[in-house]
Design a protein around this ligand. Structure first.
Ligand SMILES: NC(=O)c1ccc[n+]([C@@H]2O[C@H](COP(=O)([O-])OP(=O)(O)OC[C@H]3O[C@@H](n4cnc5c(N)ncnc54)[C@H](OP(=O)(O)O)[C@@H]3O)[C@@H](O)[C@H]2O)c1
Length: 236
């Protein structure tokens, strides 16, 4: 905790699922958490939960498809904090499973905008803030289908493959900086997204987001020294 007390992390997808659990985990470790998602009420509930644990949150209700708002967020965070110590790209959408040849333009637009372009724009807007930290750490949530695509998962798999390629390339440019950028594959986790993809599955057989979040929080710590790796969650 002493290692991370007072550090500032931005978590996307903080309104529910893995992003929410990560925001709580980080707050419990002493981080100030900038929480990004669209659902304002859910963010306010998260704020209450973080405060109840003695933590501090900054809420940013934002649609990540609005790339101009991402650029503005970079400026606002610079004005307020002057640096960013952790960036966790947890927001993601499945939209729908579909045969590749039936993927509609609107489905492709949304899935690429949230899963790929938003993270690219976050890197662009927030790299200078991560650079201003003594140990900027960035983690982006991947998926097993990024590297092993499956039938009916084409849009989601393509968006995550693009994210993996972008983040791995970015990591390769960081050796002259203290920043580390990595990918994390949570595997099957008990969230709304998983239930949408596998409606017949018993969610109680899966790890809860609270089980997964500590492994991501570890990757944001200043002592985390890997760069350009994909970490697979393993249940303990
Ligand atoms: N759950 C799994 O089994 C699993 C497996 C492999 C990888 N993953 C990855 O893990 C990450 C977290 O997934 P999850 O299962 O926790 O999903 P989830 O419960 O569905 O949560 C998704 C989050 O993304 C946010 N989001 C979606 N569209 C957004 C938009 N346009 N603007 C801003 N925020 C948006 C949602 O917030 P709002 O709706 O409030 O905006 C929500 O907080 C995702 O990247 C997912 O691809 C999950």
């Amino acid at each position: 905790m002493s290692e991370t007390k007072g550090r500032i992390a931005l978590v996307t997808g903080a309104s529910r699922g893995i992003g929410r659990a990560l925001a709580l985990e980080l707050a419990g470790r002493g981080w100030r958490v900038v929480c990004v998602a669209r659902a304002q009420k859910a963010l306010e509930r998260l704020d209450d939960d973080i405060r109840a644990r003695g933590g501090e949150a900054t809420l940013v209700p934002l649609d990540l498809r609005d790339v101009g708002a991402i650029d503005q967020l970079g400026g606002a965070l610079y004005e307020r904090f002057g640096k960013l110590d952790g960036l966790a790209g947890c927001a993601g959408v499945l939209v729908a499973l579909t045969p590749a040849h039936q993927a509609t333009p609107s489905l492709m637009d949304e899935i690429m905008a949230v899963n790929f372009t938003a993270n690219q724009r976050l890197i662009r807007a927030l790299h200078p803030l991560l650079r201003a930290s003594d140990a900027g750490r960035a983690v982006f949530l991947s998926s097993s289908v990024a590297r092993k695509p499956r039938a009916y998962w084409a849009p989601y798999a393509a968006s995550k493959a693009a994210l993996d390629a972008f983040v791995t390339s970015y990591a390769g440019e960081l050796n002259v900086t203290p920043i580390k950028a990595n990918l994390f594959n949570p595997g099957a986790t008990r969230t709304a997204m998983r239930a949408k993809a596998y409606p017949g599955e018993d969610p109680m057989t899966l790890p809860a987001p609270e089980e997964v979040a500590p492994a991501i929080a570890d990757m944001l710590a200043p002592s985390y020294s890997e760069n350009g790796v994909l970490v697979q969650f393993e249940r303990r």
